[in-house]
Design a protein around this ligand. Structure first.
Ligand SMILES: Cc1cc2nc3c(=O)[nH]c(=O)nc-3n(C[C@H](O)[C@H](O)[C@H](O)COP(=O)(O)OP(=O)(O)OC[C@H]3O[C@@H](n4cnc5c(N)ncnc54)[C@H](O)[C@@H]3O)c2cc1C
Length: 412
């Protein structure tokens, strides 16, 4: 039987980043990842492009992951929010706010090239893949996790803490019987890369349409990443469209701000279901990332919120380890849960508010929200408050978010 301080179930974006963060502590860690990183079915490192906030950038810098992502990062210089057939719009510009960028686009596949590589060579870490977590059992002084490989061979891992980062359909969350608030958005996100007729100039567009929001995000090679919310009952028809008809539908909703779309790549789709655990804790267990919360991608917040989960959990575990305390102690886990509550509520609320405000088709409300968009555009304090929320600056930040690695005392 192998013994660890922390076993992380799930080596996707969130579990992988937590494992890298714990590499800055003296803790002995194992990561179990169900799917090989180069498999086409890898659910975390897929065709999506993720918008990261400046706070997430600082966390990834403190983990020394940011330099490895270079070459595929596209800074967001401007965000343009509008409603189809509406008169109002809001523009947020990095130069006007005195920051280098409002956010950054990174392809998930790039993370898939970087993170598993890092984990395979990290001292003090065992990276087991493909291996899935199937069950846990608490004992008098710890927790045991049963792992299973693709041939059905089982292995028992003993730890002081198990972190479930095993995604939205978390097996461990189910086993631990953690209650969830769930929400079905009744839609799917259809994603694809588009080539616009004009240079995107680092501008990200959020366009609210009567059918749901559509985002066009700037990426490398002059392309844009499309995230289009399509009602469940229309998904089949949208996926059946040929390239020209698909581009035509996007163009109708988006307009000609980027000229005429010329090309579209492979389409993929994701069911949009939201959930949040009422309490992310079990005896010697904690859930983070998609296992703890998922939300509509309209505000691009899921991974940004989860990276702050990672940064806070790693910081509390590092402090406990320095003091020689038990990293699975209930008091420590309670501290983590309390710490994450406000941020999680704020970001889930922000996302729901955005969707609810633009989801209502009443004509009076439409005029009101277009006035609100105009107001945000011309009133700097209102715009900055909105941006602060979107950038994850609404609640206190952990040390990693100040760019301070866990093995250093002071922020650099
Ligand atoms: C269309 C779309 C667009 C998005 N855009 C953005 C954005 O712009 N910005 C943003 O911040 N967020 C965005 N998100 C959210 C973001 O993708 C998620 O927050 C992120 O994927 C969460 O990562 P995770 O590691 O928690 O879960 P996952 O990515 O689901 O990874 C879970 C991992 O656990 C593994 N696993 C599963 N079960 C087991 C098991 N039993 N044992 C071991 N391993 C297991 C899986 O193989 C996988 O590798 C978007 C989401 C969608 C759907």
């Amino acid at each position: 039987m192998s013994r660890y301080d922390v076993v992380i179930a799930g080596g996707g974006l969130v579990g992988g980043c937590l494992a890298v963060a714990l590499g800055q502590t003296g803790l002995r860690v194992a990561v179990l990842e169900a799917v090989a990183s180069d498999a086409a079915s890898q659910p975390s490192y897929d065709d999506r492009t993720t918008a990261l906030s400046p706070v997430s950038r600082r966390i990834l810098e403190a983990l020394d992951l940011w330099p490895d992502l270079q070459g595929e990062i596209t800074p967001i210089r401007e965000i343009h929010i509008s409603e189809q057939a509406g008169f109002g719009y809001t523009r947020m510009r990095a130069d006007r706010e005195g920051v280098p960028a409002l956010g950054y686009l990174v392809p998930n596949r790039r993370f898939g090239q970087v993170l598993p590589q890092r984990l395979q060579h990290q001292p003090g870490l065992d990276y087991l893949a493909p291996a899935r977590a199937v069950a846990t059992r608490t004992t008098a002084h710890g927790i045991e996790l049963t792992a299973e490989d693709d041939e059905g061979r089982q292995q028992l891992l003993k730890a002081r803490l198990v972190v479930a980062a095993d995604g939205a359909r978390s097996v461990l969350r189910e086993q631990w019987d953690l209650p969830l608030h769930e929400h079905d958005y009744g839609s799917h996100a259809v994603i694809a890369n588009l080539t616009p007729g004009e240079d995107h100039r680092g501008r990200a567009y959020e366009r609210f349409t009567p059918d749901g929001p559509m985002a066009l995000l700037p990426t490398t090679g002059g392309r844009c990443a499309l995230v289009w919310s399509v009602a469940d009952d229309e998904l089949h028809d949208v996926l059946a469209l040929d390239d020209a008809a698909f581009l035509d539908q996007v163009q109708r909703r988006f307009g000609y701000r980027l000229g005429r779309f010329r090309q579209v790549g492979r389409r993929a789709h994701y069911p949009l279901r939201g959930h949040v655990v009422t309490q992310p804790l079990a005896p010697r267990g904690v859930v983070i990332g998609n296992a703890a919360h998922t939300m509509h991608p309209v505000a691009g917040q899921g991974l940004n919120l989860a990276l702050r989960d990672v940064a806070w959990l790693a910081q509390l575990l590092a402090e406990a380890e320095r003091r020689g305390e038990d990293v699975g102690h209930p008091a420590l886990l309670q501290r983590y849960a309390r710490q994450r509550q406000a941020d999680t509520r704020l970001i889930m609320g922000f996302t729901h508010l955005l969707l609810a405000s633009f989801g209502n088709r009443l004509p009076g409300l439409r005029a009101g929200r277009n006035l609100a968009l105009k107001w945000l555009d011309i009133v700097p304090p209102a715009r900055r408050a909105f941006m602060k929320l979107g950038m994850g600056l609404g609640t206190p930040l952990p040390a990693l978010a100040a760019g301070c690695p866990l093995n250093r005392e002071e922020p650099r």
